[in-house]
Ligand binder design. Structure first.
Ligand code: CA
Ligand code: CA
Length: 365
C-alpha cells in the first residue's frame, strides 16, 4: 500500500479539521460510507455503486475533503449519498475510486461513527469459516500453508446471497512471515465481476473486503477466498519447544446482500501447529498400501488404528470438509482416538506413517 507522505498527511488533517463544522456535507476521499473512518467497509460501498455516474466535484485530488455542493440523486439503502463512493470526485464510480481507500487507509475524521458488528450465531446464520489446510503435513520454517475460507449458509447446506463482504483476520504473528488472500477459485468471483481488497498483513491483522462490481449479487456457497500463510524462515531461535500453536480468527464481518442490507455472519478460528525443524521425523507424502486396521466401522465414540509402520499423524475430515487433526501422535503403531461427539455420518481418516499415507472412509453413528 502506498503511504501518504508527511506533507500530504498534515494538509489532510488540517483540511479535515477546518471542515469539521460542515459535518455530513463533506466528502472525505475514501470514506465511501461516510462513517468517518476509512477502512475495508468503504470498499463495499464503492463496489455497490460501481459504474454509476453523477456530478463531478470541483477539485479531484483524492486527498482533500470537499464540501458537497451538488449531491448525487442516488442513495444507498442506509441513505448515504452515492457521492461518497466517487472518492476521487471525477463523476463516475470506478476502479480508481478504490485508490483513495488504499492511500488514506485508517484515517478518521473527528467524531466518527464506528461501525457496529452484529455477530452471527453459529448454526443459525451463515458462516465464514476456515476449511482444511492444504500443504505439508508438518509445517515448519519457510513452509507455505493454504487454508480455504468458506462462506456458506447454515450448517454448510444453504446458499448465501451476497453483494459484498468485509472481514478481518487476526493472527498470532510470532511465527508467521505473511498472510495473503486470493480469489482464484472463489464462488463470488467465478465470472471475474468481483474485486478483492486486502491490507498488507504484517502486524497480526489483515483487513479484507470482497465486493461485486455494481448491484450485481451472486448466490452460492463454498470457498470465498484462499488464505496463504508463509511461516518464518528461521524457527530455530523462535521455537523453544518442538511445536507451536498459531491461532487465526475471522472477526468483524459485514456482509451486504442483494439489497445491500446487512446479513449477520458467524466467524471462526483455526489453530495451525508448526514444528521445530529438528523435531520432524521425515514423512513420506505418498500413498501406501500397507495393511492398516481401522475399527470398529461403523464407529461411535472412538476409533482404534493398528499399523505395521509407525503412525506419525492422523487427520479426520467429515463429509462437509471440516477437519480435525491429531498431530501429536508420535512413534506409535497402535492408536485409540476419541471422536468428537458432533462428528456423525461419513468421515474420512487419513493416516500418515513412515511408509506413506492411506485414506479410508468410515461411518460414525
Ligand atoms: Ca468509512
Ligand atoms: Ca470516481
Amino acid at each position: 500500500m502506498k503511504k501518504v507522505n508527511k506533507y500530504n498527511y498534515v494538509v489532510l488533517i488540517i483540511a479535515w479539521l477546518c471542515c469539521l463544522k460542515q459535518g455530513q456535507a463533506q466528502v472525505f476521499p475514501g470514506d465511501a460510507n461516510n462513517d468517518g473512518i476509512i477502512n475495508n467497509l468503504d470498499i463495499l460501498y464503492i463496489g455497490y455503486a460501481y459504474g454509476t455516474i453523477g456530478p463531478m466535484r470541483s477539485s479531484i485530488d483524492g486527498t482533500t475533503p470537499e464540501a458537497i455542493t451538488l449531491p448525487w440523486t442516488q442513495l444507498f439503502p442506509d441513505s448515504t449519498n452515492f457521492i461518497h463512493a466517487d472518492t476521487d470526485g471525477n463523476g463516475i464510480v470506478d476502479f480508481l475510486d478504490f485508490v483513495p481507500v488504499f492511500n488514506n487507509y485508517g484515517l478518521r475524521r473527528i467524531n466518527p461513527s464506528p461501525p457496529f458488528f452484529s455477530e452471527g450465531i453459529p448454526g443459525i446464520d451463515p458462516s465464514l469459516r476456515f476449511g482444511s489446510p492444504v500443504g505439508t503435513a508438518f509445517p515448519s520454517e519457510g513452509s507455505v500453508v493454504e487454508i480455504p475460507i468458506l462462506l456458506e449458509g447454515t450448517f454448510g447446506d444453504s446458499l448465501v446471497d451476497l453483494n459484498g463482504i468485509a472481514f478481518s483476520i487476526e493472527y498470532d504473528q510470532s511465527f508467521i512471515k505473511e498472510i495473503q488472500l486470493d480469489i482464484a477459485d472463489s464462488w463470488v468471483a467465478l465470472d471475474s465481476a468481483a474485486f478483492l481488497f486486502q491490507t498488507p498483513a504484517n502486524i497480526g491483522r489483515l483487513d479484507a473486503a470482497l465486493t461485486r462490481f455494481g448491484k450485481n449479487p451472486v448466490i452460492g456457497k463454498g470457498q470465498a477466498v484462499k488464505m496463504r500463510a508463509v511461516i518464518e524462515d528461521d524457527l530455530i531461535g523462535l521455537l523453544i519447544r518442538d511445536t507451536a500453536h498459531i491461532h487465526f480468527n475471522i472477526k468483524y464481518i459485514k456482509l451486504k446482500n442483494s439489497d445491500f442490507r446487512e446479513q449477520p455472519v458467524a466467524g471462526s478460528n483455526i489453530t495451525l501447529v508448526i514444528y521445530h525443524p529438528n523435531s520432524i521425523v521425515p514423512i513420506k507424502e505418498r500413498p501406501t498400501d500397507i495393511p492398516i486396521e481401522i475399527f470398529p466401522n461403523p464407529a461411535s465414540d472412538r476409533l482404534q488404528i493398528i499399523s505395521p509402520k509407525i503412525i506419525q499423524r492422523i487427520e479426520i475430515m467429515n463429509a462437509l470438509g471440516q477437519y480435525i487433526s491429531y498431530p501429536n501422535i508420535k512413534n506409535e503403531q497402535r492408536v485409540e482416538l476419541m471422536l468428537p461427539p458432533q462428528l456423525k455420518g461419513i468421515a474420512f481418516v487419513k493416516i500418515y506413517t513412515t511408509a506413506g499415507f492411506i485414506t479410508r472412509k468410515i461411518l460414525i453413528e
